[in-house]
Design a protein around this ligand. Structure first.
Ligand code: NDP
Length: 230
């Protein structure tokens, strides 16, 4: 039987590339995004791959998340990727932090991933699955040599804390958790000057996840499998 991936933000960027990469390797993929009806690149994959199911999901709508978990009762998730993310405002400086944008970024990047994991824990538990939180080097304290970006950095640092706690709490059920940095990727978020394509990022991330070992549980890695300092 093929393995199953559940992923958020699958309509564009890294999420779309990961969806295609896992489907190409024969995985069952449960791909979610806010507006499937406007996501042609994702929905056209249905013509190419039988093992794709698409569901509408705004990760910050916790009632919808809980409802989808009930709809998918009995499913088993080998890998769950919290990919959906939001950068928030760019170019602001210290003293100009927009509180409402900070709350919004935290909601999407930190609170929603944990609530999603809580809702889909039965599906993770029954597969002894792996939770993947899409983090960023910008959430690393050790890697921060330039300052700034208070909003995005703090949301991903907090997501890293979520990942670490889950990696310990999940042990009893065989559920593992890992934080990944996808590289600097040419997407709407990464911009055109980024160093790698979404496909290159997805290929690297899948290789890291395919070769995941229990010793890596609770770690933070780049697309080559190199550990990143917290
Ligand atoms: P994009 O901006 O290209 O795509 C963001 C994705 O998140 C879209 O699918 C978007 O959906 C989705 N999303 C945003 N808010 C919600 C929500 N409330 N509910 C559901 N989906 C939502 O980003 P990337 O593909 O570049 O980034 C993917 C992940 O990788 C993010 O977590 C990001 O922080 C991380 N990352 C990216 C880097 C890069 O260089 N690109 C570097 C480091 C980390 P919609 O189309 O509906 O807006």
């Amino acid at each position: 039987m093929s393995k199953t991936l559940f992923i958020t933000g699958a309509n564009r960027g890294i999420g779309l590339a990961l969806t295609r990469t896992y489907l190409s390797d024969g995985w069952q993929v449960i791909a979610t995004c806010r507006n499937p009806e406007n996501s042609t690149e994702l929905t056209t994959l249905l013509d190419e791959f039988e093992k794709l199911d698409i569901f509408a999901l705004d990760v910050t709508n916790y009632d919808d998340v809980a409802e989808l978990s009930i709809e998918l009762k009995g499913a088993e998730f080998d890998v769950l990727i919290n990919n959906a993310g939001y950068y928030g405002p760019k170019g602001y400086g210290f003293g100009e932090t927009d509180i409402n944008e900070w709350r919004k970024v935290f909601e999407i990047n930190t609170i929603a991933p944990l609530k999603l994991i809580e809702s889909f824990y039965p599906q993770l538990k029954s597969a002894r699955g792996l939770v993947v939180n899409m983090s960023s080097k910008m959430g690393s304290m050790g890697d921060n040599s330039s300052g700034g970006s208070y909003i995005y950095r703090s949301s991903k640092a907090a997501l890293n804390a979520v990942t670490k706690s889950l990696s310990l709490d999940g042990l009893i059920d065989g559920v593992n958790a890992v934080a990944l940095h996808p590289g600097w990727v040419q997407t709407d978020m990464g911009g055109p000057n980024a160093l790698i394509t979404p496909l290159e990022s997805a290929t690297g991330l899948k290789y890291v996840l395919d070769n995941f070992t229990k010793e890596q549980n609770g770690g933070f890695f780049d697309p080559k499998g190199n550990p990143i300092p917290w």
